[in-house]
Design a protein around this ligand. Structure first.
Ligand SMILES: Cc1cc2nc3c(=O)[nH]c(=O)nc-3n(C[C@H](O)[C@H](O)[C@H](O)COP(=O)(O)OP(=O)(O)OC[C@H]3O[C@@H](n4cnc5c(N)ncnc54)[C@H](O)[C@@H]3O)c2cc1C
Length: 388
């Protein structure tokens, strides 16, 4: 099939890679450049998402843990295991038994031989390992494993794999409208026709449907997340509760500095208006500094901030509280058009496999001999027959 993908964020790229490997002709249209938006503004974690267990998202956590391992295998120099410390204080809202249960489940779901199971450290052991952590009220800490990557670098690596698999990647090529019969119109007026079109425009996916006059059953909850990078080294990655809040935040080693994040601020855009790339607000920066200073004995101020950045989570609309909104993804079909709602960086390849299954189920297709693993059969389809 000839397939067009809109968006070269991690979801669009992984879908393109998966479909090109299966022998389809793939063209990816990106309005800006590869991973220029949400996919380079993440917390840089390849993780199952321990906190999603609280929301009962067991399927998602199990899949994300498997995908975390898959990234370690796929790109071992760019995706690495990361040990996280989760301190428990006298005032912690989640006590030791609850966290122990969550981590026991996390280890079971991960079924990983590459990362060790979680451990418990006494308060004295924590202080010896992380002397910069506030010792007052400290009861001890759990240590467990997830993964870390440079989202921009890994995203560019995926883009290169996608190209090598035969896909065409067109940057600075915005799509103005799509249609359920496989048509696609660029902003310069050019019109093309494909066997299948995949709308992977992330936070802009719903807007693209609206401007194409297509109703959808699902909606997006656009939730801004901000980070700051402090100009100081970070010895150990920590996951901590925001004081006076149910939320958690991360303190992570990042490019010889310390990455602190993130926030969850719902963005409302007037109907019909395209979401604009977000900026961290002064209130979010103060919130993150306050949270950091609550736990670390050497306080950080504005003068310690190297840089800040923000991204817009394209979450499937599901809950009043953005913290509780599902991190699952949903595929919605309109004829030959499939739209991706939601998703995580970590699970982008799992999502891509589901898109491929859905697309191939929709239209009977003769694949090239090499990808079918059989001899004989139909002539290979051209690698990229391009748009009709
Ligand atoms: C603050 C924050 C922290 C996060 N942390 C993590 C984490 O640690 N681990 C994790 O697994 N996930 C994390 N996520 C989630 C993850 O980053 C996102 O789920 C993922 O990056 C979404 O990718 P995407 O491809 O759907 O969207 P995007 O990366 O935004 O890509 C969509 C692309 O579509 C393009 N586009 C839009 N409209 C058009 C058009 N009309 N024509 C052509 N192109 C178009 C855009 O330019 C953009 O490049 C985080 C998200 C945020 C916001």
């Amino acid at each position: 099939m000839d397939i067009a993908i809109i968006g070269a964020g991690i979801n669009g790229l992984c879908i393109g890679w998966e479909l090109a490997k299966a022998g389809h002709g793939v063209t990816i249209y990106e309005r800006d450049t590869v991973v220029a938006h949400t996919s380079s503004a993440s917390s840089k974690l390849l993780h199952g998402g321990l906190r999603y267990l609280e929301n009962g998202e067991f399927r998602l956590v199990a899949e994300a843990l498997q995908e975390r391992q898959a990234w370690f295998h796929r790109a071992p120099t760019l995706a690495k295991p990361l040990r996280l410390t989760l301190p428990i204080y006298r005032h912690s809202r989640r006590g030791r038994p609850l966290i122990a249960l969550g981590l026991w489940l996390y280890d079971r779901l991960a079924r990983s031989r590459q990362t060790p199971n979680h451990t418990w450290l006494s308060a004295a052991e924590v202080v010896a390992q992380l002397p910069e952590l506030q010792p007052q009220g400290l009861r001890g800490a759990f240590q467990f494993w997830d993964g870390q990557m440079d989202d921009r670098q890994l995203g560019h690596w995926v883009a290169e794999q996608t190209r090598q698999a035969g896909a065409t990647l067109l940057e600075r090529t915005p799509v103005a409208a799509v249609s359920p019969d496989g048509r696609l119109r660029l902003t310069d007026g050019a019109e093309m026709h494909y066997d299948q079109v995949i709308n992977a425009a992330g936070p802009w996916a719903r807007h693209l449907l609206r401007t194409s006059a297509i109703d959808s059953r699902h909606d997006l909850d656009l939730v801004r997340g901000s980070h700051l990078v402090l100009n100081r080294p970070c010895r150990d990655a920590c996951i901590l509760e925001v004081p006076d809040d149910q939320r958690i935040f991360f303190v992570l080693p990042w490019q010889q500095g310390t990455l602190v994040g993130t926030t969850e601020v719902r963005e409302d855009h007037p109907p019909g208006a395209a979401p604009t790339p977000p900026q961290p607000s002064a209130a979010e920066i103060d919130y993150l500094l306050r949270a950091y200073n609550h736990y670390f004995t050497q306080p950080a101020g504005h003068q310690d901030i190297r840089t800040t950045f923000a991204g817009l989570r394209p979450l499937v609309k599901s809950a009043a509280d953005p913290s509780r909104a599902t991190r699952e993804y949903v595929l919605e079909r309109h004829g030959q058009l499939t739209t991706v709602f939601g998703g995580k960086w970590t699970t982008a390849c799992a999502l891509a496999r589901k898109v491929r299954q859905q697309v191939e189920k929709a239209t009977p297709v003769a694949l090239p001999v090499s990808t079918k693993g059989t001899t004989g059969g139909p002539e290979p389809t051209p690698r990229h027959a391009n748009a009709r």
